[in-house]
Ligand binder design. Structure first.
Ligand SMILES: Nc1ncnc2c1ncn2[C@@H]1O[C@H](COP(=O)(O)OP(=O)(O)O)[C@@H](O)[C@H]1O
Ligand SMILES: [Mg+2]
Length: 377
């Protein structure tokens, strides 16, 4: 295991703000990230047909960081062509913003894509229907939300085609699933899928495990999409336990300190209070490191760092969500599929609970009336 420091030595005499910024902005390689990166790249380059890739994992595991790395890597790959053809944009990255109203706003989403693609005159994309000039009627003057979204959508399709965009990364994509009517869930995914087909781009949805709810909606959708799991480190698995300690040491080596801090001695505590998520660990160390410098604290050790961990309640919520998500990702035994194919028997746990049978003539258990009310009846 490497216990070495990796930062430019001049940082040790640099202003505090520079040292803090260095650590905050550094990105480390670690086993799980490498593994998921490889899977994602295989999914991106593996097929020619347009499709939707879902990158799902718990909060703070490093999904956004991975998406940004991919963005930079792909931009670099096409650098020469981008310099020669100024309108060429091989990759776009947008955020799906949480809805402020009841449901996700496609309008806002399309505008964000157009802005990212530096499309001119976005506010002029929505034109009133032709009939308005012929029949100036008050009621028709209102351009419906649906019509605006449809027009913007066509503008996005044209824009991505013109810019020859191959990959569209949508971060926080679970927000797209925030709809007031669960029946609309399938529609939300269909809209993305047809965007991929019309524009011939591959769409990468990055988000929490809530993304997987889509998959359970329909077999049609599963066929068109690929799910990539970005899990936290699970210390019940020896290999992952080692991977986490290595990530902890790598982060420790990036802290501009005169001596390498021995964090490994408290690896178990770091694991528990970061839930095995490297991003949560990194943010926690960042907070502690900033205070360490500002307070001119002597030792950067567990005793000092532990005070900057997230509250247990918050960590508990993240853990519960992660465990549920991991359960959703886990595949089923093949016997379940065989039972379904051979006998049409739904797998255990999905059977409807049987109604308890009643014996004819036997009274159902009810409470007999007692007390005064009964006596006076
Ligand atoms: N490999 C990494 N190296 C350094 N910092 C990381 C790494 N992965 C995540 N982080 C940091 O952890 C925090 C949370 O990561 P983020 O990518 O936003 O997680 P997610 O999108 O899964 O919630 C961010 O501050 C990010 O900079
Ligand atoms: Mg994120």
């Amino acid at each position: 295991m490497t216990n070495t420091q990796h930062f430019p030595s001049e940082l040790l005499t640099a202003p505090i703000a520079d040292r803090i910024a260095y650590f905050e902005n550094c990105t480390i390689k670690h086993a799980m990230l490498e593994d998921v990166s490889k899977q994602t790249e295989q999914a991106l380059y593996g097929h020619a047909s347009p499709k939707v890739i879902m990158l799902a994992g718990p909060t703070g595991v490093g999904k956004t960081t991975l998406a940004s790395t991919l963005y930079r890597r792909i931009s670099k790959q096409f650098e020469e062509q981008m310099n020669n053809e100024r309108d060429f944009m091989p990759i776009l990255q947008v955020n799906a913003i949480a809805p402020t109203a009841a449901s996700f706003s496609w309008k806002d989403f399309y505008v964000r894509i157009l802005e990212r693609a530096r499309e001119p005159l976005i506010d002029r994309k929505v034109t009133a229907p032709h009939q308005l000039s012929l029949f100036p009627d008050e009621r028709q003057n209102v351009v419906s939300d649906r019509a605006v979204a449809d027009t913007l959508r066509r503008a996005v399709e044209l824009c991505l085609l013109r810019r020859r965009t191959r990959y569209l990364i949508i971060d926080e994509a679970h927000h797209i699933l925030m709809v007031n009517n669960p029946k609309r869930l399938e529609f939300q995914f269909e809209a993305l899928k047809s965007l991929a087909i019309e524009t011939k781009a591959t769409i990468v949805l990055v988000g929490t495990y809530r993304l997987l709810d889509i998959r359970d909606q329909s077999g049609q959708l599963v066929r068109r999409s690929e799910i990539i799991h970005f899990p936290r480190y699970d210390h019940r698995k020896q290999k992952e336990k080692v991977g986490f300690v290595q990530a902890l040491n790598t982060l420790a080596g990036r802290l501009p300190l005169s001596e390498f801090p021995d964090l490994q001695a408290n690896a178990d505590e770091f694991y528990i209070r970061s839930v095995g998520c490297v991003g949560i660990l990194k943010d926690w160390l960042s907070r502690a490191y900033a205070r360490h410098l500002e307070l001119n604290n002597k030792l950067f050790n567990w005793d000092f760092i532990q005070g900057f961990a997230q509250p247990v309640k918050a960590l508990e919520t993240i853990t519960a969500e992660a465990l549920l998500g991991e359960e959703k990702v886990r595949d089923k035994p093949i016997a379940d599929l065989m039972n379904l194919l051979h006998f049409g028997v739904p797998p255990e746990g999905e059977k409807k609970p049987k109604k308890r049978g009643t014996v004819v003539g036997k009274r159902l258990p009810v409470r007999d009336p007692v007390g005064e009310a009964y006596a006076s009846a």
